[in-house]
Each structure stands twice: as C-alpha cells, then as structure tokens.
Design a protein around this ligand. Structure first.
Ligand SMILES: NC(=O)c1ccc[n+]([C@@H]2O[C@H](COP(=O)([O-])OP(=O)(O)OC[C@H]3O[C@@H](n4cnc5c(N)ncnc54)[C@H](O)[C@@H]3O)[C@@H](O)[C@H]2O)c1
Length: 317
C-alpha cells in the first residue's frame, strides 16, 4: 500500500529537513507538509496545507482529503519558549498529541511519530551516560509535557495497539534551518557567527556539557525507527538517542581549528538553569540493540561539514 505522510510543524528546524528526506523516499506528492504558515526561506516542491494542530476539524479534513496513513507530529513549544508561556505550552504539546493518538486509535491513520527530548530528565537523574530507565523528575514545563507525552504514547500502544514511535532527541544541529527556541540553540548560532564575525557570545557557561546530534543523524534515526519492523520497536514510550556530547568551550576549540583566531565569550542567561538540569551524556544501548541505531558524526566531523556548507551558502548569498 502506498504510504501517505503528513508532517505537522513542517516549517521548523527538523520539519524543513525531514520533508526533503521523506520526499526522496516516498515521492513528493506522498508527503504533505503542514504548519501555521509556509516556510519563508525555501520553496516546497510538494503539497502544503495550512494547519493549526489545535483545530481538530481541520486536521481530520486534511487526513481524509489526502488519505494520510502516517503522521509525524513535530509542532510544539520548545524548552526556552515554553518557560515563557507554560499554560499554552502544555496545551499545544499535549492536545496535539492526544488528537493524533486518537486518530490512530480510531483507525484513521496507521502510524505515528512523535519526538520526545532529553528534557524528560531532571536534576535528580544521573547526568553521565543517563540510562534508558532511570529517575525522571523534569522541572521544566517542556520536560513535564514530554514525559507525560511518553507515558501517553506507551499507554495508547499497550491499551489500544496504536503504532507510535518516539525518540528522545538531544540538542539538534543543522545548517539548513534555524533552531526554534531551545536550550541548545547556541550550538547552531555559534557556527553562523564564527563565519560572519569571528566571535560569539554564548548564553551558556563554558563547561556546560550537553548531548547533541547532527541533523543527518537525527533524520537517519527518525526515518530508521519509523521504517523498522514493529516487533523491533520494543520501547513505545521513547528511546534514548546519543550522538556526541560537548561544552561551549569544546565546540569553540573545534571551530578555531578551521577559523584561526575565533573567540568566544560567555554570558549565561535563564537557559543556563535549564541546561544544568539536563544530562551531560546519554546511554542509547536499547536503540542500538533493538533497531540498529548508530550515529555517523562526532564533533570534529560535524564541525567540518557544518562549516563547509555554511561557507558555501554565505558565498552564494
Ligand atoms: N530541535 C531540537 O533540538 C529538539 C530537541 C529535542 C526535541 N525536539 C522536538 O522535536 C520537535 C520539532 O522541533 P523543532 O526544533 O523542529 O521545533 P521548531 O520550533 O523549529 O518547529 C516547530 C514548528 O511547529 C510549528 N507550529 C507551532 N504551533 C503550531 C500549531 N498550533 N499548528 C501547527 N504547527 C505549529 C511552528 O510554526 C514551527 O514551524 C518538537 O516536538 C521538539 O520538542 C527538538
């Protein structure tokens, strides 16, 4: 059967890149992008539907009109933005998930992808090589919504047989799209500023080590778990996923190997407190053993690739 995919939140950091990858695999006409508005920085070569995911009627209309079989639900308020508007963050992050899980429960769609985050962990979680199963006491509204979301995913799978798959993304870094208000956004901004100004003021302190993943690896994991046989996806809350871990000081040193004289200064803001409550590194043994996850990029490979692509984009603009 021909899969028909709907990506909700397709104009964001992950969505813009995921749409391109999915269209390569399934064909442009079989992957429907949807968001509050079209992305303003590139042309979509396939269907786009304007959708506020808090409007269930419009969601059902789109699902029926396109004969959608799979939904990737990416719309959410991210960690730093959610802290500014906690009630709305809870409403958006949870109501959208309920809507999509219920559509799968009712048989309107067959498969759901929903990303969780390392924000499900909190200050009482062991911070080094954080295991899949551990203490989880998130203290941000974003983390609380992701943890509750994970519980709902597992519940819908066990109780109603819903085929939902999920990954706990670490901070994601890519050159094609801008980050959307998270605590790890600095790791994207730093490359842009290094090339444009040769210096960067970081909103986290120099030794704040956090788990990160390069976008090509994030796309590989996302599509990988969605294409795995159902029996291999044994965890239906969300899988730990690791790529690399580094601090602002370490990424700055790596960038300086390519841009001699690059400097970094530090001015921690409210995001520091969020970062301090998150793990420094993640153990992803289950994802590797169950469905064959393996990252391809470390800090040095990512930095070389990011700078090559950003330099080319700057030169052509
Ligand atoms: N980027 C990361 O580092 C990271 C890390 C962990 C988890 N995640 C998760 O991955 C998912 C996608 O993240 P992202 O970085 O692409 O986020 P983003 O903020 O860049 O993109 C989210 C998109 O959702 C859209 N959106 C917001 N409200 C909407 C609504 N009511 N209806 C339809 N669309 C709406 C926004 O316009 C935006 O284009 C989120 O669930 C996020 O929590 C991201």
């Amino acid at each position: 059967m021909q899969e028909k995919i709907l990506v909700v939140g397709s104009s964001g950091q992950i969505g813009t890149e995921l749409i391109t990858e999915l269209r390569k695999i399934y064909g442009s006409s079989n992957v429907v992008a949807s968001d509050l508005r079209k992305p303003d920085f590139f042309e979509l070569d396939g269907p786009f539907e304007e959708l506020d995911i808090l409007n269930p009627q419009r969601f059902h209309e789109i699902v029926k009109a396109h004969g959608i079989t799979q939904v990737y639900l990416l719309a959410a308020l991210l960690s730093a933005t959610a802290e500014k508007n906690p009630k709305f963050a809870w409403q958006l992050n949870m109501d959208s998930l309920f809507l999509v899980l219920d559509a799968a429960k009712e048989g309107l769609i067959k498969k759901v992808y929903w990303p969780s985050s390392i924000a499900v962990f909190g200050p009482t979680t062991p911070r080094v090589l954080t295991p899949q199963y551990t203490v989880m006491e998130p203290n941000t509204i974003y983390g609380i919504s992701k943890q509750a979301g994970e519980r709902y995913c597992e519940y819908y799978h066990q109780k109603y047989g819903v085929d939902v798959r999920s990954l706990r993304y670490p901070g994601l870094i890519g050159y094609k799209s801008a980050p959307g208000g998270g605590t790890t956004d600095y790791s994207v901004h730093i490359y842009h500023e290094a090339l444009k100004k040769g210096t960067y003021e970081c909103f986290l302190s120099e030794n704040t080590t956090l788990p990160m993943l390069y976008m090509p690896d994030a796309l590989k994991a996302t599509i990988g778990i969605m294409e795995s046989e159902a029996a291999k996806v044994k965890i239906r809350s969300s899988y730990n996923l690791a790529g690399m871990s580094f601090s602002p000081k370490e990424i700055a040193a790596e960038i300086a190997k390519h841009i001699p004289g690059f400097t970094i200064t530090y001015k921690p803001d409210s995001r520091q407190q969020i970062a301090d409550s998150w793990p420094q590194s993640i153990n992803d043994d289950e994802a590797r053993a169950h469905w064959g996850w393996k990252p391809g990029y470390d800090l040095s490979a990512m930095t070389a690739d990011m700078l090559t692509h950003l330099k080319a984009a700057l030169q052509s603009s």
